[in-house]
Design a protein around this ligand. Structure first.
Ligand code: ADP
Ligand code: MG
Length: 905
């Protein structure tokens, strides 16, 4: 009977493990390798670019397999997780020697790595969060949806909620876009409903279905601080699902004292995905990298802690002027003090990635080097305290107090001291799971007397054995006798075949080689067992001491996290201060008005790029927007004149101001902006398979639904994606709507090449025209990049055509035609032709007019003809351009109309 290769005891064990983790690729530990079998092997081998082989080639059904060495496994595991797979790591959980080779070593899955739970944070991009999120949907009928978010590599744990009519509220979808989770947990029975909307908003996220019961907040396996088992609380329901998932896959990740922080989406500025992309805050539109982004420009942090904190601030600009000022105070303080700033930044550097070092040290698979690095980071904390304290002394002279935001971390001298006493200077890496191997020597001599005694005993034995060679050579007269060590067979005395005749009588034969024989003696055996025994006990003791140290770290995890938090804030503030100094930025005034005033504003990224390219300097420009007065700034002018740059520059300045940063300007006053909307009439979104115009209009529709009088709206060439007349009509209507709808009267910058739009300012009092100045210089158009009031000259294109060498006759004729066209743009009554017709009116206003009409009308049937005429005339009246006398005359005429009708009746 031929036994199939699947029937071996080992494969039986493997299949049992696999049965418990059917949806994961099982990494099955065998000695120094993790092996994958069967379907897992066939799936993983090409993804990891490793060879696919077979086990038991000669048996009837050879098992496909592949493997990776333990020391290189982490990379492979991360690769699979990044590709959306789960990896179950199955370790040998007992010492192979204890199993004695008689039976199979016990193995267990100790950790499941998933796209959102990457496990060991080594090799993870330092400046980014690794987010696992859980969504408790609002249900089909609407209600409140909850969102829980965890970065298991840092312990950052937060939750929020939003009300909505849809299963996936827009606010939550926007928040998901902002945090870009790697993996999102949703109830399995909602997978179908949610998959499409999630895929549309979050391409690339791995959506994992979990049982609906997981969302029950009662009886979660672990309840971190801040968690409340309230079943009616959507945020808590999301947390419950997340906690259960982490507990099932990486229970130790919750040992690290995460503390739940609740936050409200309305507490910070909304920056939607389109705006984040258009403004290139975190990713360049060219290649998705950090190059040419705002974050790259302002990130001068010295630690990953600070880099992540700064990115967080940039993603969540503040709304409360007090809170913004508190941050500014700290930035100003550091910007004014070069020595303090330099000292502080130097000190924070040593703290490195304290959060992730903590997460790593707390893992059961942590190695001595992890604790060594954590120790190094902890040892740097007093330096940070000292840097701040030194400046406290200096301020006594200056009479200033340290701003509250510059709080020093609380160092942990006992923990750092314990690790320093216990661990050698440079603790080794002992690869994952090789605890059974004889890796010793990382606990410092003098830390524990019993360990020292064991080591001394082993050392004495080794010394004796080392002396044995000379001793036995003399006793036997065999000059070529050698003491040998073999990892399996142990110590022996080796004698070449030619000398066997001289071997003393008390030698016992141990092993025969081709040219030599190996022997042992009673004394050698005794010393050998003393050395081996002492070594083994020492190793065991070291492991126990190591576990004690790790427990000591976990016990202080919360304090470590708090210190890391303080350093993150200091580093981010010092970075903003450094940027302010290096780039000569100024502190903006932030208030509660609906105004935005910038003198000498610059684009932070374009300015730096021009400098790097050693091109002409950036030309600074002013901005004034005010909902009550200059609400809409309409920028006209040809391509390349600087419109887009200017639009983004204004948005970036407002955003930076609310982050607490200084801004690239001579001075700035920013009335707090609740949302920034940036829309670009683009032509390069075809990759997504959607009509660009459709995307453009959908994004524009968002603005008209969501903007408030506190928003900042940036519209760059809206309408470009369709035909000229369509585009112009839409651009006009959108601008008009933003002007005429009181609830939507946001500060707006509108760039357009439709110069017909300048006429809007004639009809709409809060619209201002501006354009970028250009000059003709030595037969070429030179853009001066200087913003000036008024619309761009309409003959601008003709000017360019002339410069380009179009024949003089053609140019003259073009000018004639243009003049005709322009005359035609005003109608007989002097109205701008494009302004004609019924304007879209806000619903409230229309309703009010309806009521007014009803009150006026003699019969319940509605207004009479004369009344309708009067109403139309009132609506169409160009009041802004009437003199008082004209207005009186008009009023008189209207009264006449009504009187005539009354007379007729
Ligand atoms: P438009 O939107 O009018 O076509 P852009 O804003 O794209 O023009 O600007 C075109 C180029 O002009 C930019 O790539 C930039 O290098 C340069 N530029 C824009 N504004 C300025 C400025 N204020 N100072 C110096 N160069 C500028
Ligand atoms: Mg442009």
């Amino acid at each position: 009977m031929s036994s199939s290769s699947l029937e071996t005891p080992m494969m039986q064990q493997y299949l049992a493990v696999k049965a418990r983790h059917p949806d994961a690729i099982v990494f099955y530990r065998m000695g120094d390798f993790y092996e994958m079998f069967l379907d897992d092997a066939e799936l993983a081998a090409p993804l990891l670019d490793i060879a696919l082989t077979t086990r038991d080639r000669n048996k009837p059904d050879p098992v496909p397999m592949c493997g990776v060495p333990v020391h290189a496994a982490d990379q492979h595991i991360k690769t699979l997780a990044r590709l959306g797979h789960r990896v179950a790591i199955c370790e040998q959980v007992e010492d192979a020697r204890k199993a004695g080779g008689r039976r199979l070593v016990r193995r267990e899955v100790v950790e499941v790595v998933t796209p959102g739970l990457v496990g060991d944070p080594t090799g993870i991009e330092a400046a980014r969060e690794v987010v696992l999120a859980a969504l408790a949907s609002a249900g089909e009928t609407g209600g409140v949806a909850g969102l829980a978010v965890l970065d298991a590599t840092t312990g950052d744990f937060r939750a929020t909620a939003a009300r909505s009519e849809a299963a996936l509220p827009d606010a939550i979808a926007q928040e998901l876009e902002r945090i870009a989770p790697r993996e999102l947990l949703v109830a399995r029975d909602e997978l179908e409903t949610l998959r499409a909307p999630l895929a549309a908003r979050l391409p690339g996220v791995v959506v994992t279905g979990v049982e609906a019961a997981c969302f029950e907040p009662r009886e979660v396996p672990v309840a971190p601080e801040g968690f409340a088992p309230d079943g009616d609380d959507a945020a808590m329901r999301a947390c419950a699902a997340l906690l259960r998932y982490v507990h099932a896959n990486q229970p130790f990740a919750l040992e690290n004292a995460p503390r739940l922080r609740r936050y409200a989406l309305t507490d910070t500025m909304v920056v939607d995905a389109a705006t984040r992309a258009h403004l290139e805050l975190f990713e360049s539109s060219e290649d998705g990298s950090r190059r040419g982004t705002l974050v790259e420009q302002i990130d001068r942090t010295t630690t990953p802690l600070g880099a992540r904190r700064l990115a967080r601030w940039l993603a969540y600009p503040l709304l409360d002027p007090e809170a913004i000022r508190a941050r500014q105070d700290a930035v100003a303080h550091l910007a004014d003090r070069d020595r303090l700033r330099a000292r502080l930044r130097d000190a924070t550097k040593g703290v490195r990635d304290l959060e992730r070092l903590l997460a790593r040290a707390a893992r059961p698979g942590s190695v001595p080097r992890d604790l060594g690095q954590l120790r190094g980071a902890l040892e740097a904390l007093p330096g940070v305290v000292a840097a701040l304290a030194a400046s406290d002394d200096a301020w006594v002279d200056e009479g200033g107090a340290r701003p509250a935001a510059l709080a020093a971390p609380e160092p942990l001298p006992e923990l750092a001291g314990l690790l320093a006493e216990a661990l050698v200077d440079d603790p080794p890496v002992v690869p994952r799971g090789s605890r059974g191997a004889n890796e010793t020597g990382y606990i410092r001599a003098g830390y524990r007397a019993d360990l020292d005694a064991l080591r001394e005993s082993a050392e004495k034995g080794r010394e004796w054995i080392a002396g044995l060679e000379a001793q036995e050579r003399e006793r036997s007269g065999i000059a070529t006798l050698k003491v040998r060590f073999h990892p399996v067979h142990g110590y022996s005395l080796e004698v070449p075949k030619s000398q066997l005749g001289r071997v003393p009588a008390d030698y016992e034969r141990k092993q025969t080689l081709a040219n030599a024989e190996r022997f042992t003696t009673g004394a050698l055996r005794e010393f050998e067992s003393r050395v081996v025994g002492a070594n083994e006990r020492a190793a065991e003791l070291e492991r126990a001491l190591f576990d004690e140290l790790r427990a000591a770290v976990v016990a202080r995890a919360e304090d470590v996290r708090r210190a890391a938090d303080a350093v993150a804030g200091l580093d981010a503030l010092a970075s903003l201060a450094e940027t302010a100094r290096v780039r000569a930025w100024v502190r903006p005034e932030v208030d509660d008005t609906e105004r935005l005033e910038v003198r000498g504003g610059r684009h932070p990224v374009v300015e730096a790029a021009l400098e790097r390219a050693r091109r002409d300097g950036f030309v600074a420009n002013d901005t004034l927007l005010d909902t009550g007065d200059a609400q809409i700034l309409l920028l006209t002018g040809p391509n390349m004149s600087g419109k887009s740059t200017y639009l983004r520059q204004v948005a970036l300045i407002a955003l930076l101001a609310q982050v607490g940063s200084f801004v690239p300007a001579e001075s700035a006053r920013i009335g707090v902006v609740d949302r920034i909307f940036t829309r670009v009439g683009a032509s390069d979104r075809l990759a997504r398979g959607e009509s660009t115009f459709m995307v453009e209009m959908r994004e524009t529709a968002d603005i008209l639904r969501q903007a408030t009088t506190r928003s900042l709206v940036i519209l760059d060439e809206i309408g470009r994606g369709t035909s000229t007349f369509d585009g112009l009509a839409i651009a006009w209507a959108v601008a008009e709507h933003l002007h005429d709808t009181p609830a939507l009267a946001a500060r707006t910058l509108f760039a357009t090449h439709y110069h017909e739009l300048i006429d809007l300012a004639l009809a709409k009092p809060r619209v201002r025209n501006a354009h970028f100045e250009a000059r003709e210089l030595a037969g070429e158009v030179v853009f001066l990049r200087r913003l000036v009031a008024g619309g761009a000259s309409r003959s601008y294109g003709i000017q360019v055509a002339r410069l380009a060498g179009l024949p003089r006759d053609v140019v003259t004729r073009a000018q004639e035609i243009l003049a005709n066209l322009e005359r035609g743009e005003l109608d007989a009554e002097g109205q701008p032709r494009l302004a004609h017709g019924a304007r879209p009116r806000p619903r409230a206003q229309a309703r009010a007019e309806g009521q007014l009409a009803f009150a006026l009308s003699p019969a319940a049937g509605g207004p009479s003809r004369a009344e309708r005429d009067v109403l139309d005339a009132v609506r169409g009246a160009a009041v802004e351009r009437m003199t008082p006398l004209e207005a009186l005359l008009e009023l008189d005429r209207l009264r006449g109309l009504l009187a005539r009708e009354d007379g007729e009746a």
